[in-house]
Design a protein around this ligand. Structure first.
Ligand code: GLP
Length: 239
């Protein structure tokens, strides 16, 4: 694992350069995107660089990690809406080449088809990840099998509470989500994990220095050959 530490602005800029390099070397790259507050600085930087002509997404394909069950793409808390508003609407990617798991059709066959679609596109070149306070990646909560592919999950109470800030009340936070599995994530050729803030410091320590265990889903990243971790000083404070 390579670890980069800086201010939130510095790590956003540094991580963005990875995308410039990748998209210039491989214009038809397959990108795995994530939601949450953590990647917002990176996305703003990617939009700026795309508008400046440093790289183009015109031939790229995107697969998002996860989606809430029950929300369609027009709901302002759906992850499809988040991605459109915070990235896709502002870059030159073709919308039809951006994929987010369906929050409405949650059958096993549709979930499995998501992994098949990733494979058919050539596999993910760079998968971006945030991390939940309990170590979840995507919505793979603690004790998700490392061999899992895209599937429907029940969200833990702590995840629903953490995400309640975006909804009118906790009752409106969906109880389930569809997420790429741990295996889907680990199949990516390279992975970028980002974390910002003091609240993430303990789980970053467990992820990087702790035992590799399904109890800390992100700890599986220790087994991946190409992982870069971008942390602000607070998130890195217990390393
Ligand atoms: C959600 C998403 C995760 C994300 C996590 C952390 O639960 N499913 O992919 O990493 O939130 O969010 P934040 O970056 O806002 O701390």
């Amino acid at each position: 694992m390579k670890i980069y530490v800086g201010t939130p602005e510095e790590i956003a800029k540094l991580a963005a350069e990875r995308y410039v390099k990748l998209l210039n070397e491989k214009p038809d790259a397959v990108l795995g995107h994530a939601t949450g507050s953590t990647p917002l600085g990176l996305y703003a930087e990617l939009i700026r660089l795309n508008k400046e002509g440093r790289m183009s997404y015109a031939k790229a394909t995107s697969f998002n990690l996860d989606e809430y069950v029950g929300l369609d793409g027009t709901h302002d808390q759906s992850y499809r809406y988040f991605m459109d508003k915070n990235l896709f609407d502002h870059i030159d990617i073709r919308k039809e080449c951006t994929f987010v798991p369906s929050g409405l059709d949650t059958s096993d066959s549709t979930a499995a088809a998501y992994d098949k679609a990733i494979e058919a596109a050539g596999g993910i070149d760079v998968q971006l990840l945030g991390i939940g306070n309990n170590g979840h990646i995507g919505f793979n909560e603690p004790n998700t099998p490392f061999g899992s592919i895209t599937h429907k999950v029940e969200l833990t109470q702590s995840t629903r509470e953490a995400n309640a800030r975006f909804f009118a009340s906790i009752d409106e936070v969906p109880t389930h989500a569809v997420t790429m599995g741990i295996k889907t994530v680990m199949n990516a050729r390279s992975i970028i994990l980002m974390a910002i803030g003091k609240a993430k410091a303990p789980i970053i320590r467990a992820t990087v220095c702790g035992e590799v265990t399904p109890e800390v889903p992100a700890s599986v990243l220790q087994l991946h050959p190409d992982v870069e971790i971008y942390l602000d000083h607070d998130a890195a404070s217990l390393l």
